[in-house]
Each structure stands twice: as C-alpha cells, then as structure tokens.
Ligand binder design. Structure first.
Ligand SMILES: [Zn+2]
Length: 173
C-alpha cells in the first residue's frame, strides 16, 4: 500500500527507531508498503525510504540497489572508508531542498533480511551513499544536519519558463 510520506517539521523524523525483533507478517507488510511507496516516487526518483518516513519507528529501510528494491532490517555500519566524497543529496521528508554532503565512499554493513537472516556486505558508490542516508533516518538524523555541520549550502530547485530546473542557493538561517 502506498503511504503518505512524513515531512519536516514533523518531529517523528527526529525520533530514533526501535530494533526489529519479530520477523513476521507485520514486518513483511511494512516492507511491502515501503517498497510500493518508494517505487511511486518519480520526480525525483526514489532511491531509499526508511520506515520512520511512513510513520513507523522500526529499524527498517528499503533501497534501490542495481535497479532492485532491497530491504534492510536492523542495519549497522561496521566500518567506514577514510576517503570521503561530496554528493548532492535530497530527501522526500525535506521536500525541494538539496545540499552537498561529504560522506565516506565505502562502508561495511551488517543487516538482516526480511526473514531475519544475518548478512554482511561491502558497499561503495551510490548504494553506500543511500545506505548511510537511510541509517541516519533510523537515528533521527537528516541530511540537512550534515550540510549544517559541514558549513555547506542549501539549495532549492526552481523551474524556469522552459521547465528547466535550476538550483538556487538559499540564504543561511
Ligand atoms: Zn531521506
């Protein structure tokens, strides 16, 4: 079922999510709702969505990895690469705002699948970026916090008369 997305200033986004202990129908229903909600986002296309973003404080997110929607339960980043790269991030819970966030380029991740099976994987590139953004959601952190901490700038998208999108810098508040 496609669910409405929780957006700022809803304080739910600031709550840490709870560990999943039951790998049952209610978890599978949640994962299905997350996948369906993510897959309906086309402008911009959805790359990841955490349970808190549809109002459920559980440590679950889905992410588009190599064109497939994959579920991550109880994710824990075990190791970050020293090398960091900047990337323009946005978030469905922070509509229309974008900003550059520097994050480690590669991570080692421990998580469980929807049946509770424990998995360890290495991620780099865009998947590593999406996963770090989503793990942040489970801890009540948003990308705008990193933009702020890194003294970065926030941008919003403005369309010109031809429908072309431009990034317009926002004054810092
Ligand atoms: Zn987000």
């Amino acid at each position: 079922m496609v669910k409405p997305i929780v957006t700022l200033p809803d304080n739910l986004l600031r709550q840490p999510s709870d560990e999943v202990v039951s790998f049952d129908r209610s978890l599978w229903g949640l994962i299905e709702n997350l996948a369906e909600t993510l897959e309906t986002q086309h402008d911009p296309p959805g790359l990841g969505l955490s349970a808190v973003q549809i109002g459920v404080l559980k440590r679950v997110f889905v992410a588009r990895i190599r064109n497939k929607t994959k579920a991550f339960v109880n994710p824990q980043i075990l190791k970050f690469s020293k090398k960091e790269i900047p990337f323009l991030e946005g978030c469905f819970s922070v509509p229309l705002l974008y900003g550059h966030v520097a994050r480690p380029a590669e991570i080692d991740l421990k998580f469980q699948d929807k049946l509770g099976k424990k998995v360890e994987s290495h991620f780099k590139g865009v998947p590593a970026r999406i996963i770090q953004h989503e793990v942040d959601h489970l801890n009540g952190t948003l990308f705008v916090d990193h933009v702020h901490n890194q003294n970065g700038k926030l941008f919003k998208i403005r369309k010109d008369k031809k429908g072309q999108e431009h990034l317009v810098e926002l004054p810092m508040v």
